[in-house]
Design a protein around this ligand. Sequence first.
Ligand code: SF4
Ligand code: SF4
Length: 470
Amino acid sequence: MLEFHKKKPKNPSKTEPEKRIKDFQEIYSQFDRNDSVEQSSRCSQCGIPFCQIHCPLNNNIPDWLRYIAENRLEEAYQISSSTNVFPEVCGRVCPQDRLCEGNCVVEQAGFGAITIGNLEKYLTEIAWEKGWVKKIEINSSSKQKVAIIGSGPAGMAASSYLIQNGYEVDVFEKNDRVGGLMIYGIPNFKLDKSIVERRTEWLKESGVNFHINKEIGKDLSFQDLEKNYDAILVATGVYKARELDIDTSNINNSLPALDFLIESNRVGLGDTPSSNKYLNAKGKHIVVIGGGDTAMDCVRTAIRQKAKEVTCLYRRNKENMPGSAREVLNAEQEGVKFNWLSVPSKLISSNSQASSLSYKVATLGEADESGRRKPVDTGVEKQIKSDLIIQALGFEPENLNSHFNTNLELTSWNTIKVDFKRFQTSNPKVFAAGDIVRGASLVVWAIHDGREVAKSIHQFLKTNQIKKAS
Ligand code: SF4
Ligand code: SF4
């Protein structure tokens, strides 16, 4: 260990931009044995590991890095998977530059971060290859039943911990595949669908019952769940697109980001392409509005669909983008243009079809309540040709109470109000976790919430059982 001053940081190779834009395959290769030993041995085994503190799952990173360096891979995997139920997903999609790696002391000291994400991915892929990822062992048995609404990362993670504690677990998914945004939102070049499907199979083999095409409030009532289950977890995520300040309701070629990404992912999974020609970027001038990871997923998808030109419009500058710097760099390498400090002002359209978008050029003013400097109009206005405008401005919760015919207490942002220690809602047998509680966030936070809410449901059901017996 402590080799950071002798060995340079290294990530696995990345497919060259000219090659990788020809398909949707993952762009990063994987460490081999030698590289994994070399890279993990750079860790200085900090007494206070800032990598761990800034990992939402509080993964015991120094310990599993040491085991990788000592070639004790099975033990390393046991430690890594004890806090993270989907480490191969996090290794691929976490913005490590803002979390574990960005806070690594070796990075802070100027030697370059320990490449934690890629080591986590390497370790877990080896674990699958060697058969160390075993069916979940059930600790005890219970006759109690838990219903989970939503099969995204929070619902999937919670199901694994609940099944382990012996509960019967039914997961209801309104779509035709399990995985939520991991299947329909994140593109293949970041997270291949087979990775998610492999975990779905693992959960099924371990005893989780998935019910696809079952929308609560439509195919099955929430009240039926209340009658038939001992606890309910709402893990629906947030899907409603945040809207632009300008009216685009009558414009056919202006779409929410998720419509575009879902179509691309569906086609990649072998579904018949939609007849809506605006759901494909081929041959078009594409303008994506937004600066987060969803915007980066859209621009990079449009490039792979052979768009004529792809431009990202963002109202602040590059340093203030909310998305991962790694993803912005990947997009730049793939040929995406960025118009920083650009605030959309109006659409130039006729017959419900926009031909270009006007935007105001901004400069940065005082910091707002988020601590980031606000864009201020400079009085200069420009136009950009746009055959398709994709809005990636973030997501908001849908009105779940009206959909479920329930009366759960909500926050002023319309997310479900919970006691954050227990993830319990205003209805004691109903729990909520993931984006529907915290607002649109990272996959790793959803996995965290799934883990924590499962503990809380277990506690609640155990106590209830004791009460019933007495
Ligand atoms: Fe880093 Fe994410 Fe893995 Fe935590 S889960 S160690 S933040 S890659
Ligand atoms: Fe190792 Fe960096 Fe974590 Fe310290 S902060 S334990 S050097 S990975």
